[in-house]
Structure formats: C-alpha cells, structure tokens
Design a protein around this ligand. Structure first.
Ligand SMILES: Nc1ncnc2c1ncn2[C@@H]1O[C@H](COP(=O)(O)OP(=O)(O)OP(=O)(O)O)[C@@H](O)[C@H]1O
Ligand SMILES: [Mg+2]
Length: 123
C-alpha cells in the first residue's frame, strides 16, 4: 500500500508542478467495513477521453525518460489484490481526484481466545 500512496502522490505532485494553484490533499473516511481515501490535486486534470487509458501499462503523457507509465497499472493491481477499488473523478482544467476504497480487516477473534478473560482469577 505504501507503493500505492507513493505512486498517487508522485502523480499529484507532477500534476500541480506547472499549475498556479498547487494543492495536494488526502482525505480519508472510515465506514463500517471500508476505508475510503481520496487523493485530490489542483493540476490540469486528465485530458478528456484519456481517463480509461491511464491505468494501462506503459500509458504515459510524460516526456521520454520522465515516466514509465507503470505507476497507475501497478497501483491498480495492488488495490485489486487487497479486494479494493480505484477510480478517478476528473475535472479537466481543474484537477483530478483518485478514490481508493479498501475493505477493513475483520476483528473477529478465534472462538477459543475470545473466551479467555484476562481479569478472571485463575484457581
Ligand atoms: N493526478 C493526475 N493528474 C493528471 N493526470 C494524471 C494524474 N495521474 C496520472 N495522470 C495521467 O496518467 C498517466 C499515467 O500515470 P502513471 O502513474 O501510470 O504513469 P506516469 O506517472 O506517466 O509514469 P510513472 O508513474 O511510471 O513514473 C500520466 O502520464 C498522466 O498523463
Ligand atoms: Mg506515475
């Protein structure tokens, strides 16, 4: 997941680089069984019609040598492995927001250990 966050934040950093307003924000919210993370930037957004291709391996709009185009495809794979989802909310000319949803781990304890009461005196 560290790799996911580095990829999304690096993209956001690159996106705001030439924008007059340089804001990168992460918003998190925890629901009953999922956590949602929003990575928001005030860069140029994704050129219209390209939203579907950005998760493809080797798709890049960066200069030769600047990007491999693998960041988002690796990110997509990692999120899938965690049974999560990733989507993009694009505002051309105003910025992009990547939404990551991940299921929370179950806190159920195994039956036997849940029956141990640490405060109970042992005979
Ligand atoms: N926050 C963003 N704002 C605007 N465009 C973006 C953003 N994130 C990704 N993109 C677009 O999606 C393309 C693919 O992103 P991806 O992270 O896969 O590759 P990259 O950043 O070009 O190269 P790499 O991550 O391998 O260094 C980018 O080249 C860019 O065109
Ligand atoms: Mg990238």
């Amino acid at each position: 997941l560290e790799q996911v966050f580095i990829n999304l934040l690096t993209n956001a950093r690159d996106a705001v680089m030439n924008s007059p307003r340089k804001l990168v924000q992460i918003i998190s919210s925890v629901g009953a069984d999922t956590v949602t993370l929003a990575f928001l930037d005030t860069g140029p957004g994704i050129p219209e019609g390209m939203e579907k291709r950005i998760f493809d391996p080797f798709f890049t709009t960066k200069e030769v040598g600047a990007g491999t185009g693998l960041g988002l495809s690796i990110t997509y794979g990692i999120i899938k492995e965690h049974q999560g989802t990733i989507s993009v909310v694009n505002r051309p000319g105003q910025g992009a927001t990547f939404l990551v949803q991940l299921p929370l781990a179950s806190m159920d304890l195994p039956k036997e250990s849940s029956q141990i009461n640490p405060f109970e005196e042992t005979p």
